[in-house]
Design a protein around this ligand. Structure first.
Ligand SMILES: [Zn+2]
Length: 225
């Protein structure tokens, strides 16, 4: 699951106008951004094992600092506290929504990963394994991201052609990249997985910022803190 993580980003942007979309893009992938850095630093580990699941060839056998449930909660809490003080938001509500976006990553990973997500440290690994069923996992991914972007399109208006058509083109493009990665050859090395992942997360957040600037801020401010 890769594109599906952005469903909560679009949805939270629609609900909380003060949180920019690029920030929610980074938040929803924060534990993966950290994971790419720790893999490149040799601290967390994976191997390429074609066939280990139908949709992903990654054997993610050691990632206690980013993908254990306890770690994900701590990343979410850290992100909320950082945002509370980095942005001029009133109260804690918006910061907690950023934390929720960070935590949504683990929940969505839990649906699709094989049991490689530890609850704490490197112990008690869980994962429902939807990656074993390409149709199911891809269908869920499309459902989650389309629901999110639908909410976003309902609550904001594009005032340039990039703003108007960008969100749909962007999501279709990301889904195409995702499908290509499923049907294409396995990646050459763990470092290549991490480096290309990191690049994609940053580029996608930049594209999100570019498109979001060309749409109105969400019109309905729910529960302004
Ligand atoms: Zn992940």
């Amino acid at each position: 699951m890769f594109v599906g993580h952005y469903g909560p980003s679009f949805a939270i942007r629609a609900l909380r106008p003060e949180i920019p979309l690029w920030l929610l893009f980074l938040a929803a992938q924060l534990v993966d951004v950290a994971w790419t850095l720790l893999v490149l630093g040799g601290i967390e580990k994976l191997r390429i094992a074609p066939g280990i699941t139908a949709a992903s060839p990654l054997d993610l056998y050691y990632m206690p600092y980013t993908h254990s449930l306890v770690a994900a909660l701590l990343w979410a809490l850290g992100a909320a506290i950082l945002c509370r003080f980095a942005f001029r938001w009133r109260g804690w509500q918006a910061a907690l929504w950023v934390g929720a976006a960070v935590l949504s990553h683990w929940v969505i990973d839990w649906l699709v990963h094989r049991p490689d997500l530890p609850l704490y440290g490197d112990s008690v690994k869980v994962g429902l394994g939807l990656w074993n069923h390409i149709g199911l996992s891809l269908g869920l991914e499309v459902l989650v991201v389309v629901s999110g972007v639908w909410l976003y399109l309902k609550q904001t208006r594009g005032f340039t052609s990039v703003g108007r058509y960008g969100p749909v083109v962007f999501v279709v493009l990301m889904l195409a990249i995702q499908v290509t990665s499923i049907v294409g050859p396995p990646p050459p090395s763990p470092a290549a997985v991490a480096a290309s992942g990191l690049g994609a997360y940053l580029v996608f957040a930049a594209i999100a910022a570019w498109i979001d600037r060309q749409r109105s801020t969400p019109c309905r401010a729910i529960a302004r803190a």
